[in-house]
Each structure stands twice: as structure tokens, then as C-alpha cells.
Design a protein around this ligand. Structure first.
Ligand code: NAP
Length: 328
């Protein structure tokens, strides 16, 4: 019997195991144009926390006591759709479950690029694409720029570090703890700052004595404030995420925000899906960087559908290095 995680109550603050339940799904017959997919890899992403609140946003909230969804890669086990047959691997959004019956048009057949299928949930998927368009389009980052990237040991951050290096930028990444900072340097970053060792504004000013041209924000809060403090004239900020406040819901206070005026900082929020019509450019460049070894993937794999909430909660505790995935 197929099973799916359901959201049973809306969390206040950091979610707990009680907010979720793993339930059996009713047997779903296959209609015309549909496929049955055995999920192999499931993605957990910080944006899913926002979907647990009953608020209007760029993606609808999860419904209470209904199957949750999210990015997934699986193998077609049965097909009543043209162009897809048993054995094909597909990318789709019916995650948080081990098996899904979906319309074939809601699935993308994975191209054979000689990479592991789960790469389409990471560097060749949402997280890599977010790093690529956020850095190069939202922030207009260019060769020679000094770039600060927060949560640099995470999925989006580690991709952004490597793309920035491939494009000839100077990169400073932030992460929690010496091991993650070593990892950020191993990706090619010129410097890594451990934000858990002291105020980030101090470590960033030591790592970037001449200031920064670009900030790629995954964290918000004190990281964004430090970027305001260090911004050079005409700095550009890509506002990708603010994980620091996803659970607290508290507004952050900014000591240095008035430097937006003096330094003519341009801040650009963006959503990955804004760039879906341009995925071809991303796949071309990312495919080349991966083939040349300039972009490498590191995954943190949690085994078993039963452990999906644990993997999700790990994002807020920083238990992942690189992309957090659940292997079904
Ligand atoms: P991730 O970075 O792989 O995982 C989250 C990481 O954030 C953790 O490993 C942890 O690393 C760090 N973190 C957690 N709480 C923190 C806090 N309070 N302060 C500082 N760091 C904290 O996740 P991801 O999927 O790559 O997402 C990164 C950001 O991009 C998130 O804000 C997400 O919402 C955003 N995002 C935006 C888009 C878009 O379209 N705009 C798309 C995808 C993702 P440490 O151990 O180093 O603290």
C-alpha cells in the first residue's frame, strides 16, 4: 500500500513530529494519460515551512490531513501515457510519498546526461537553478565582483559558491562550524566565515576588508545586516531566502539598513519559477560545469520515507551539508 506524509496541524515555531502523520493512500486506478511512479528520491526544502502556515504566498499552503507534496524523482512502473514507459525516470511534484499516480504532463522525463537521477533535485534542479539565476540575474553578479553568500554549505549556497568561482568572482561564504567552513573552502571559496564563532559583521569585515559588491541572501537577520554594513557603492543583493525567521516569524531588526541609501544598494527578491522559461541556459551552463568538474554535488542522504520529517527539520538545525535528500 502506498503511503504519504500528511500535515495534521499547523506548527507554531519549529515544527515537531506531532505535526505530521504517515498514512496509507487509497488504491488509485490509472486513468488515460497517467503514470504510476515509484519514488526513489524526495526533496526537503526550507520553503515547505512557509506552506505549513495558512497564509497566501507564491505557493499554496499544505491542506490539513491531506498528502503533502514537493519535488521528487521516481521510476515509472506503469504507464497509460504516450512517451513514457516503465523504467523511465521522471521529475515531478508528488513527493512526501513512496508512490504516486500523476498526469504524465505533470512529469518531466529525465534526460540522459550521465548524472545520478537525484542531481535533478539538486545542482541540475531547483537548488542549482536558484543559485544560477539568483546570482547572475537577480544580483547581476559579474567577473571580478566580491560576493558574499550565506548558508554557503547548503544546497543553494554550495551551488552559488561554485558558480561564482566558475565565473571569476571572489567568494566569501558563511556557515556554522569549522567543518562546514572547510567544506565551503573546498568548493573554491576564497574565505569562509563561521557565524557561530562570533558576530558575523566582525568576521565578514575581516574576510572582506574592502567590502562586498554582491550579497546572495539565504539567511536574512544578522547576515543581511552584516551585508548592509559591508556593501560597497552600487552593491547588488539577491534576496533568495531568510531561513533565520521561517520559524520565529519575528521581524528582524537592522542596525545598518540605512546604508542602502548611501551605498545605492539594489535589492532584488526572486523566485526560481520566475526563470522557468530560461531553464535551457541554466542546463547548458550547469551541464558544462558539472562535466568539467567545476561544479560538484554533495548530498546529505536520509534513508527511508519514515524519516522524512526528521530530514526536513534537519534543515533548520543545519544537519545537512549540500543538498538534503530522502532516499525511499
Ligand atoms: P540549505 O541551505 O541546504 O539548508 C538550510 C541551511 O540553512 C542549513 O543547513 C543551515 O546551515 C542554515 N540555517 C538554518 N537555520 C539558520 C539560521 N537561523 N541562521 C543561519 N543559517 C541557518 O537549504 P536550501 O534549499 O539551499 O535553501 C537555502 C535558502 O534558499 C533558504 O532560505 C530557502 O528558503 C531559499 N530558497 C529560495 C528559493 C527561491 O526561489 N527564492 C529557492 C530555493 C531555496 P548552517 O549549519 O550553516 O547554519
Amino acid at each position: 500500500m502506498a503511503r504519504a506524509w500528511h500535515l495534521m496541524s499547523r506548527p507554531k515555531g519549529l515544527p515537531t513530529a506531532d505535526n505530521f502523520a504517515l498514512k496509507e493512500l487509497a488504491e488509485a486506478p490509472l486513468g488515460d494519460g497517467q503514470i504510476r511512479v515509484a519514488n526513489r528520491w524526495l526533496s526537503v526544502d526550507p520553503y515547505m515551512r512557509g506552506r505549513m502556515n495558512d497564509v497566501k504566498s507564491y505557493v499554496p499552503p499544505f491542506q490539513i490531513d491531506a498528502p503533502m507534496d514537493g519535488g521528487a524523482v521516481g521510476e515509472v512502473v506503469e504507464s497509460r501515457a504516450q512517451g513514457l514507459s516503465a523504467g523511465d525516470h521522471v521529475l515531478h511534484m508528488a513527493g512526501w510519498r513512496d508512490e504516486a499516480v500523476i498526469d504524465a504532463k505533470a512529469a518531466t522525463k529525465l534526460p540522459d546526461l550521465g548524472v545520478q537521477p537525484q542531481a535533478f533535485l539538486g545542482n541540475l534542479g531547483l537548488t542549482g537553478g536558484t543559485a544560477y539565476f539568483g546570482l547572475l540575474e537577480a544580483a547581476s553578479a559579474r567577473e571580478g565582483d566580491i560576493v558574499f553568500i550565506s548558508a554557503a554549505a547548503g544546497a543553494v549556497g554550495s551551488a552559488a559558491v561554485q558558480i561564482a568561482k566558475a565565473k571569476g568572482m571572489t567568494v566569501i561564504g558563511s556557515a556554522r562550524g569549522p567543518d562546514k567552513c572547510d567544506f565551503v573552502r573546498s568548493l573554491g571559496a576564497d574565505a569562509a566565515v563561521d557565524y557561530s564563532a562570533g558576530p558575523i559583521v566582525k568576521s565578514l569585515s575581516a574576510a572582506a576588508p574592502n567590502g562586498i559588491d554582491v550579497y546572495f541572501d539565504n539567511v536574512g537577520g544578522d547576515h543581511l545586516d552584516a551585508a548592509f554594513a559591508l556593501a560597497r557603492q552600487n552593491a547588488r543583493f539577491a534576496i533568495c531566502g531568510m531561513i533565520d525567521s521561517y520559524n520565529s516569524g519575528e521581524p528582524a531588526a537592522f542596525r545598518y539598513i540605512m546604508r542602502v541609501i548611501a551605498m545605492r544598494i539594489r535589492m532584488q527578491g526572486f523566485i526560481y519559477t520566475d526563470y522557468l522559461p530560461r531553464l535551457g541556459e541554466f542546463h547548458r551552463d550547469m551541464g558544462q560545469w558539472i562535466a568539467a568538474g567545476q561544479v560538484q554535488s554533495r548530498d546529505t542522504v536520509v534513508e527511508g520515507l519514515e524519516r522524512m520529517p526528521e530530514a526536513f527539520l534537519g534543515l533548520f538545525e543545519g544537519t545537512n551539508t549540500g543538498k538534503m535528500l530522502v532516499k525511499v
